[in-house]
Ligand binder design. Structure first.
Ligand code: F6P
Ligand code: MN
Length: 365
């Protein structure tokens, strides 16, 4: 006998204070995304047997080589979003411009932004990868969305989540009412080819991030490019018991943001892909709309904090769909400390200003 609520049951309970029609539309939309991710999980789980390893002979929106699994995951998300009657359009890491739903562009009340396959450098090494998604309101429902319809700050997200394809497939989700964790029950469903999807079961409610930690994650090979506040924070962690922090820290780096954030959800920690001086035109590595903003919402909803160094990431209004930002997130006390280092006048941080007021312009239908 099943004693754990399904995704739909848990969401109905989580959204019990919402207007019933709106709650149902959101449950339907998240169910479509969850179905797509269950299919991605099947393909990823077959490894080389699915024929989806290796390069796809194409490039994504930012000129990066696409893997076959990037392309496949993107197609699965697109297919399932098309089947959902509430999504007017979507934008993905894999396409320069947003895509319109063929049937629901003038009807849907939501826009979805996603990274179909995060951490794709890890595919062939059989290390955890993931999908990240964000559900935004289509403010001018009834009109055709344009790229600028998506340029809303993370605080406007209606829901955000990620799916981790690890030893277990896990979805972590927030509809701004705390954070829920689901596990894909791979014993259910008929698998692939449009059969009955496997069932997602609620395995943790009210996920909380521990405020203190002794663990940090950063790509240390970039150290020479970091700015002073990050140099100081990491140097103090590395100094351990004999330094100003008077405790030893441990370091982790998976190179899959989803796996990194999931570790923080389960036992606290700090994840940083900070601003660096490698390429002055790129203020960070990670993308605001489909990496930083959804993760920031999940982390904040779990009691943690997510910033770009000086400001909360959820306040940042995107200039473009694929904008990159610095990301520092995790256990609240540590992030407060890192923000205070950035605010310290001796650290010479000259880039505090960024756009927080929406310049959201809705073009003609
Ligand atoms: O999508 C970007 C990403 O793959 C993240 O998942 C990960 O945190 C980061 O890039 C890894 O970067 P690097 O290759 O510098 O370790
Ligand atoms: Mn990614």
């Amino acid at each position: 006998m099943r004693d754990k609520p399904t995704l739909q049951e848990a969401l109905a309970h989580n959204l019990r204070d919402a207007e019933p029609q709106e709650a149902q539309a959101l449950i339907d939309t998240i169910s479509c995304i969850a179905y797509a991710c269950a299919r991605i999980s099947e393909v990823a789980g077959l490894g080389v047997l699915a024929g989806a390893h290796g390069l796809a002979d194409s490039e994504n929106s930012q000129g990066e080589a696409q893997k076959k699994l990037d392309v496949l995951a993107d197609e699965l998300m697109s297919q399932h979003l098309e089947d959902c009657g509430h999504v007017a359009g979507w934008a993905s890491e894999e396409h320069e411009c947003h895509l319109l739903s063929r049937r629901h562009a003038r009807k849907g009340g939501y826009l979805v932004v996603y990274d179909p396959l995060d951490g794709s450098s890890n595919i062939e090494a059989n290390i955890s990868i993931g999908t990240i998604f964000s559900v935004l309101p289509h403010v001018y429902q009834g009109m055709l969305p344009t790229d600028s319809s998506y340029l809303q700050p993370g605080s406007e997200q209606i829901a955000a989540g990620y799916v981790l394809y690890g030893p277990a497939t896990i979805m972590v989700l927030s509809c701004k009412r705390g954070v829920l964790m689901f596990t894909l029950d791979k014993r259910t469903g008929q698998g692939g080819q449009g059969g009955e999807p496997a069932r997602w079961l609620l395995t943790q409610e009210d996920v909380r991030i521990a405020p203190h930690t002794k663990e940090f994650a950063i790509n240390a090979s970039n150290q020479r490019f970091w700015e002073k506040p990050v140099q100081r924070y990491i140097a103090e962690c590395v100094a351990g018991e004999s330094g100003p922090r008077m405790k030893d820290f441990n370091m982790r780096w998976v190179a899959s943001m989803v796996a990194e954030v999931h570790r923080i959800m389960t036992r606290g920690g700090v994840f940083m892909y900070p601003r660096d001086t490698r390429e002055p035109r790129k203020p960070g590595r990670l993308r605001l709309m489909y990496e930083a903003a959804p993760m920031a919402m999940l982390v904040e909803q779990a009691g943690g904090r997510a910033v770009n160094g000086t400001h909360d990431l959820l306040e940042q209004v995107p200039d473009t769909l694929h904008q990159r930002v610095p990301v520092i997130l995790g256990s609240r006390d540590e992030i407060d400390r890192i923000v205070s280092y950035h605010a310290d006048p001796h650290e010479n941080v000259s880039w505090q200003l960024f756009k927080t007021r929406s310049l959201f312009v809705q073009p003609q239908a």
